[in-house]
Design a protein around this ligand. Structure first.
Ligand SMILES: [Zn+2]
Length: 281
């Protein structure tokens, strides 16, 4: 109640000055002196209430958190993340952005170790996926998981440099680099930075190879769409096995990349973290 009242008051305060400015001369019986007084007293009341609220440590205006909600974290706080290798020891890691075999062609900013980090919730769901697939002779192979905002900034710098096409033949041979932003291949924020998204494929323990998914990680083109129609039956079945198992354990996919999954109930849906990918204590 108190929060609503204060919010309404602050809205009034925001609107009042502009009303005064745009009021046509002589069109109203309002007394400017009285309005000014109301404005001042409203401002003082709002300030006092806001200040007192701050001192009391009560929730900020607009905070609708419920008891039991996880409070928002600072974007530099990795304390609630885990290493996938600890939670899912069966997973195979091939951290492309730590290596130079990625579309940029060099190690990406923020990757200080060849490890994969996730929120505890996402890692525990991934463990269930891994356990189910292990019974069928497969392991998960992880290309990327949590991705710091600094890495996304690196992608943006690279995308803006149209001269740098050193990895074109491996990742985007059919695409002009200038469309990477407009066609959504590179964006200014990544769901990976929220810590509950993973890029993953399946590894066959019998053959010692990755399953044939009919396309490779970070390929910029329609072949990467999960429902691409030019797949063999086996490739389509392999994609389906990965997707079905991920979805059965609380993840959702996207319609542009067969390897990309986000925990539906991600614990920090509004936080884009920016601590480095490194070994956790
Ligand atoms: Zn991804």
């Amino acid at each position: 109640m108190r929060t609503c009242k204060l919010a309404a008051l602050l809205l009034c305060l925001a609107l009042l000055p502009s009303c005064q400015v745009h009021q046509p001369a002589g069109s109203s019986g309002a007394d400017p002196a009285r309005e000014q007084k109301a404005y001042s007293s409203g401002y003082e009341t709002g300030y006092r209430e806001g200040y007192a609220q701050g001192l009391d440590g009560r929730p900020d205006v607009g905070d609708t958190s419920q008891p039991g909600d996880v409070p928002p974290l600072s974007d530099s706080d990795g304390s609630r993340f885990v290493m996938i290798s600890e939670t899912v020891p069966d997973a195979i890691l091939e951290i492309r952005y730590y290596s130079s075999y990625n579309f940029v062609g060099e190690r990406i900013d923020g990757y200080q170790a060849p490890v994969a980090l996730l929120t505890r919730e996402a890692a525990e769901a991934l463990k269930e996926v891994s356990d189910e697939l292990a019974e069928q002779g497969y392991r998960l192979k992880i290309y990327d998981a949590y991705r710091p905002q600094s890495a996304v900034e690196h992608f943006k710098r690279w995308a803006a440099d149209l001269e740098d096409v050193s990895m074109k033949e491996y990742f985007y041979p059919d695409l002009d680099k200038s469309v990477l932003f407009s066609q959504g291949y590179i964006s200014s924020k990544s769901g990976h930075s929220r810590g509950s998204t993973v890029d993953v494929t399946l590894f066959d323990m019998d053959t010692g190879k990755e399953l044939d998914m009919g396309g490779t990680f970070d390929w910029f083109g329609p072949r990467s769409h999960p429902n691409f129609t030019g797949l063999t039956e086996e490739q389509a079945a392999n994609r389906k096995l990965l997707r079905d198992t991920m979805l059965a354990h609380g993840f959702k996919g996207i319609n542009t990349e067969w390897w990309h999954f986000t925990l539906k109930n991600e614990p920090y849906p509004d936080t884009y973290f920016d601590f480095p990918v490194t070994l956790l204590p």
